[in-house]
Design a protein around this ligand. Structure first.
Ligand code: SF4
Length: 368
C-alpha cells in the first residue's frame, strides 16, 4: 500500500503566517506541472510496486490547477489511480465555484480540504487571506450540495487579535456546517514570515499561552460533545472519517511525493525534493540533483515512532520499544501520568489533551 502526494507550490498571495514552500509567480504553473509529470515518469518504478490507497494534492494552492493539469497528473498514475479510495484536494474557498466542483468530481476527486481559518473578516484581513468568512461558509455548502460530502476544513486559533468568544463562535459556526472532519492549528509565528518580522520589530505580540490553551481545550470538549474523535493533536473526525492519507504517514506506510519540497518515505529511507521552483524544473530536465535522501537508523525510527505516536490518540505501544528504554524512562512516564498529561496501561502510553499542549516537551524528553 502507498500514498501519493503532489505538492502544488503556487499561491495568489502570501498569507502573513505561512512558511510553506510556494511562489506567487503563477505564470510558471504549466512548466511546473510538466516537470512534475516528468518526475513521475522518472520514478515510475516506485509507484508500480505498490497499490495506491490515497492521493493528496497539497500546497500551496492546488485549487489553482486546471482540469487538464489535474487530469494529466492523475492519468499518469495509470492503474494506481483506480485503487485510490481517498483523493483529496486542498482548496481555498474563493476557488470553489459550482463549475470547479463539477470538474473535480469528473476527475474522481472525492475529498476536499478547505482553508477557512476564521469566519471573522477582520482576522482574515489581518492574516492576509483573500476570502471572507461568508465566502468560506458558502464554499462548504456549495461543496456539500455538489455531492462532495467528505469535507475537512482548517481553523486557526491563537490569532493575536482574536478574543476567546470569537474563537467559540468560529468553532460553533464550523460545527454547524456538519462536516465530518476538521483540523485546528495554533498559530505559530515563524521567523521568515510577515508575522515573524512584525514580532521582531515588537509590533506583534503572540497570544498568551493560557489563552491558547483555553481555546484548544474548549475545542476538544465541544468537538467531543458533538461526536468527533480528537484522534490527532490537530485533527478531529466523525467515526470512519479519519484522514486515510495522514494515517499512512502516522502508520509508517510508504508514500511518494512529487513536486518541489515534497517528501517521500519508503524502505527506511526519507527523501525530499529541492524547495525552489525554477531549480526543480531545471534539475528534472537534467534528471539529476532534484532531491536528497537520508537513510533512517534504528534510533531515528524509534524516535519517529515516539513523535508520531504521542501526537495521536493511540499513543505508543510498548511492544514496539526496547525494554531498556521503558525502564530508563519509568520515572518520566509516572511524572507525566501524575501531572494529568498522560495515561498508561499494559499496552502502552498515550497523551491526554492536557499533555498534547506540551507534547513537544514530553516527546523530546522521551527521545532515545
Ligand atoms: S494559501 Fe495556504 S499555502 Fe498559500 S500562503 Fe496562504 S496558508 Fe500558505
Amino acid at each position: 500500500m502507498m500514498g501519493v502526494y503532489f505538492h502544488i507550490p503556487f499561491c495568489r498571495h502570501a498569507c502573513h503566517y505561512c512558511d510553506f514552500h510556494f511562489s506567487t509567480k503563477l505564470d510558471a504553473q504549466e512548466d511546473l506541472v510538466v516537470a512534475m509529470l516528468k518526475e513521475m515518469s522518472l520514478r515510475k518504478e516506485e509507484i508500480v510496486q505498490h497499490e495506491i490507497n490515497t492521493i493528496y494534492f497539497g500546497g500551496g494552492t492546488p485549487s489553482l490547477l486546471t482540469e487538464s493539469q489535474l487530469g494529466r497528473m492523475l492519468e499518469s498514475l495509470g492503474e494506481g489511480m483506480s485503487s485510490a479510495k481517498e483523493i483529496t484536494l486542498e482548496a481555498n474557498p474563493e476557488d470553489l465555484t459550482p463549475e470547479y466542483l463539477r470538474m473535480l468530481q469528473r476527475l474522481g476527486i472525492n475529498r476536499l480540504s478547505i482553508g477557512v481559518q476564521s469566519f471573522y473578516n477582520e482576522h482574515l484581513e489581518y492574516m492576509n487571506r483573500k476570502h471572507t468568512g461568508a465566502q468560506a461558509e458558502a464554499a462548504i455548502k456549495r461543496a456539500q450540495d455538489s455531492g462532495i460530502t467528505n469535507i475537512t476544513a482548517d481553523l486557526i486559533f491563537g490569532i493575536p487579535i482574536a478574543t476567546f468568544s470569537q474563537w467559540q463562535s468560529n468553532v460553533e459556526q464550523l460545527l454547524q456546517l456538519e462536516i465530518p472532519h476538521f483540523s485546528a492549528y495554533a498559530l505559530t509565528i515563524e521567523e521568515k514570515t510577515v508575522f515573524g518580522a512584525r514580532q521582531k520589530k515588537g509590533i506583534l505580540e503572540p497570544q498568551k499561552d493560557e489563552e491558547v490553551e483555553k481555546s484548544f481545550l474548549y475545542l476538544h470538549e465541544t468537538a467531543k460533545l458533538l461526536g468527533y474523535e480528537h484522534y490527532e493533536l490537530s485533527n478531529y473526525a466523525k467515526p470512519s472519517f479519519r484522514s486515510v492519507h495522514n494515517g499512512n504517514y502516522w502508520k509508517g506506510i510508504p508514500y511518494v511525493g512529487f513536486g518541489p519540497s515534497a517528501h517521500s518515505f519508503s524502505e527506511g529511507k526519507r527523501r525530499w525534493n529541492i524547495s525552489n521552483n525554477p531549480q526543480y524544473i531545471r534539475s528534472i530536465e537534467l534528471k539529476k540533483d532534484f532531491f536528497e535522501v537520508e537513510e533512517l537508523t534504528e534510533v531515528d525510527r524509534l524516535n519517529e515512532r515516539i513523535m508520531v505516536g504521542l501526537r495521536t490518540c493511540g499513543g505508543i505501544d510498548w511492544k514496539d520499544f526496547p525494554d531498556d528504554w521503558r525502564k530508563d524512562n519509568e520515572r518520566n512516564f509516572f511524572k507525566f501520568v501524575e501531572g494529568g498529561n498522560a495515561e498508561m496501561d499494559e499496552s502502552g502510553f498515550r497523551l491526554t489533551p492536557k499533555g498534547w499542549l506540551i507534547s513537544n516537551h514530553i516527546i523530546s524528553s522521551l527521545f532515545i
